[in-house]
Design a protein. Structure first.
Length: 330
């Protein structure tokens, strides 16, 4: 098992992913285009976060006390901003359909924090339960089994007509896979090297990513999984080979990546509704480059404003604790 170390390319990847998230939301909420053409190209952005989270989540711990401590820490760090910014956004947007189901069914726009808390907590507890399994085959099999239980639960929810439950479980089904891949990459060095240091796998990953982009409308589950994993592999390989940590681009993306949580929870407040002005213009023939370009132009000030507000909060350790559940020494 690898020791704890700073992995710079993860911060770069988080920087890239959060920029793509903001661009996707601009196309969805500002342009009112769903699905936009570029969204078929950047579909790996949220799975990328779950892959990184899974990698960083793995830790071979042994005591029940440490398990409880880590669950509490995850709850504070993820659920504090989830609940606070969810309520603030509902007030800000003057939502009229506010009810408790928004909180326990995933929080709409803040679903990522909800899903990440549930999945990461499950991994902590499940790791504690199966930690004494010595066979690698049995260990990996035990991690794959919950995925099939989630699929069965999703099917059951669909049959009984539980739309909210089905949507929540569908999120778990989708992102559990990428969290698990990151988790196993941290535990098994050979598996990590096979995915990210094998030229043949890298070529296949690129092909799968492009193929899924081209056939995106078919919504084929296997193709989406392989294409998304391919996108993650391509991005990580590109970052490690072409974006050094000491370069200007690398430093900027690392900085953005370290602010990714703040950008995620704050950026919704800065997204304008300009669908009446530009929506019809961008929903035209061969729209890919135009939608992507305009989304990037609008996303830059949104990311900058989000970082500015985030850093203002960070200046006061008590304010930062209230909004993000962490105390920082100032």
């Amino acid at each position: 098992m690898r020791g704890r170390q700073y992995i710079y390319h993860f911060d770069v990847m988080k920087g890239i992913a959060i920029i793509l998230v903001v661009m996707g939301h601009v196309m969805l909420f500002s342009f009112d285009i769903n699905p936009s053409e570029p969204s078929k190209f950047i579909y790996f952005n949220m799975p990328l976060f779950f892959y990184i989270s899974g990698y960083l989540a793995y830790k071979n711990f042994y005591t029940l006390h440490e398990l409880g401590k880590r669950i509490l820490q995850r709850g504070i760090v993820l659920l504090f901003p989830y609940l606070i910014f969810l309520c603030l956004y509902e007030i800000f947007s003057k939502g009229t359909d506010w009810n408790l189901s928004i909180i326990y069914c995933g929080g709409q726009r803040y679903w990522f924090l909800y899903d990440l808390f549930i999945i990461s907590t499950f991994f902590l507890v499940y790791e504690y339960l199966i930690k004494r399994v010595r066979s690698n085959f049995a260990y990996v099999t035990l991690w794959i089994l919950p995925y099939f239980f989630l699929i069965a639960a999703k099917t059951g929810a669909a049959k009984i007509g539980g739309a909210d439950s089905q949507a929540v479980i569908a999120g778990f089904v989708n992102y559990y896979r990428y969290f698990l891949i990151g988790y196993l990459c941290k535990k098994y060095v050979r598996f990590n090297d096979l995915l990210f240091d094998n030229k043949l796998i890298g070529a296949f990953a690129f092909f799968a990513y492009i193929l899924n982009w081209y056939f995106f409308e078919f919504h084929n589950i296997a193709l989406i999984f392989l294409g998304t994993l391919g996108g993650i592999i391509v991005v990580q390989s590109f970052v490690k080979n072409y974006i050094p940590a000491e370069g200007a681009v690398g430093k900027l993306l690392i900085y953005i990546g370290k602010c990714s949580l703040g950008i995620y929870v704050i950026h919704y407040f800065f997204i304008p509704d300009i669908s009446g002005v530009i929506g019809n213009f961008l929903d035209c023939g061969n729209p890919f480059i135009w939608q992507l370009t305009f989304a990037m132009i609008i996303a830059v000030p949104i990311v900058a404003a989000s970082i500015f507000v985030y850093k203002l909060m960070e200046m006061n350790k008590w304010l930062y604790f209230i909004f993000f559940g962490k105390k920082i020494d100032k």
